[in-house]
Design a protein around this ligand. Structure first.
Ligand code: NAD
Length: 264
């Protein structure tokens, strides 16, 4: 097995499920030490998950918890990860929230939460991790945006605004670091079947009084021309490429993987 990231440390936010977990597994398989991160309290389940990944791939894995709405706590967490695992070389800003509601009924508190987690947290994490990357002469910042960072979607004002903002942040950071060995890129998935999307399928099924399979097909049919979900492993493979040395000149990209969603 090729281990291009042996000796490197990767912090993947929101990595106890879905896309983040797949990226953690992929980077672990390539030799990186992994900072798993979740929102809830540490539990037997999260400790078992860390132990399972460590055992499977033979790399150090530790699990950290932090509610990313608390922006001031992000730098201290980055420092703790660096102290316990080593300087962070790969930062994947993956954690994200969704809330679907018509604009006129959209709760202001939800707007604040989504912007904090989806946009401000990546800013704080980049600010905390970039100095060591620059000092050590290698770094990869990968922001998990969305097709909702490229096109508008009704009833998702905060999500769309935050993901457009995240792509803007990506470009700005990439340009600022353009002459350094630190890159910053965004991935824009279409529909990926994860807990975040399952919640939307469940809500659609309840609203339309239809079964789960029909709701899944409606969701895909409306937007994703391939009529197939992107898989978490496919997104992880793209993240792996962006983290590679071969991607050194991919800078400020917003790379879609969306079954044709944004080609229409
Ligand atoms: P998921 O629900 O499995 O993962 C989201 C992660 O974010 C979870 O680990 C959760 O704990 C974490 N998180 C949420 N709020 C948090 C908070 N306040 N503090 C700390 N962590 C918090 O869903 P996913 O689909 O794997 O989402 C991962 C990323 O991919 C998100 O940024 C999402 O916007 C993006 N994305 C998903 C899809 C999709 O179709 N699933 C499409 C495009 C983009």
């Amino acid at each position: 097995m090729s281990r291009p990231h042996a000796g490197r440390v990767a912090w993947i936010t929101g990595s106890t499920s879905g896309i983040g977990l797949a990226i953690a597994r992929q980077l672990a398989s390539e030799g990186a030490s992994i900072a798993l991160h979740g929102q809830g309290q540490a539990s037997a389940g999260t400790e078992a998950l860390a132990a399972e990944i460590a055992g499977t791939y033979g790399v150090p894995v530790r699990h950290y918890t932090l509610d990313l709405r608390d922006g001031h706590a992000i730098a201290p967490l980055a420092q703790r990860i660096a102290a316990e695992l080593g300087a962070i070389g790969i930062l994947v800003n993956n954690a994200g929230m969704q809330h679907v509601s018509p604009l006129l009924e959209f709760p202001a508190g939800k707007w604040d939460d989504l912007l904090a987690v989806n946009l401000s947290a990546p800013f704080h994490a980049i600010q905390a991790c970039a100095p060591a990357m620059l000092e050590r002469g290698w770094g990869r910042i990968i922001n998990i945006a969305s097709v909702s960072g490229l096109v508008g979607v009704a009833r998702k004002p905060a999500y769309v605004a935050s993901k457009h903002g995240l792509i803007g942040l990506t470009k700005s950071v990439a340009l600022e670091f353009a002459t350094t060995p630190v890159t910053c890129n965004a991935i824009c998935p279409g529909w990926v079947l994860t807990p975040l999307v399952q919640a939307q399928i469940d809500a659609l099924a309840a609203r339309e009084q239809i079964g789960g399979d029909e709701a899944r097909q409606q969701l895909l049919g409306a937007k994703q021309p391939s009529q197939a979900f992107v898989t978490v492993e496919q997104v992880a493979a793209l993240a792996s490429f962006l983290a590679s040395d071969q991607a050194a000149q991919v800078r400020g990209a917003h790379w879609n993987m969306d079954g044709g969603f944004t080609a229409a």
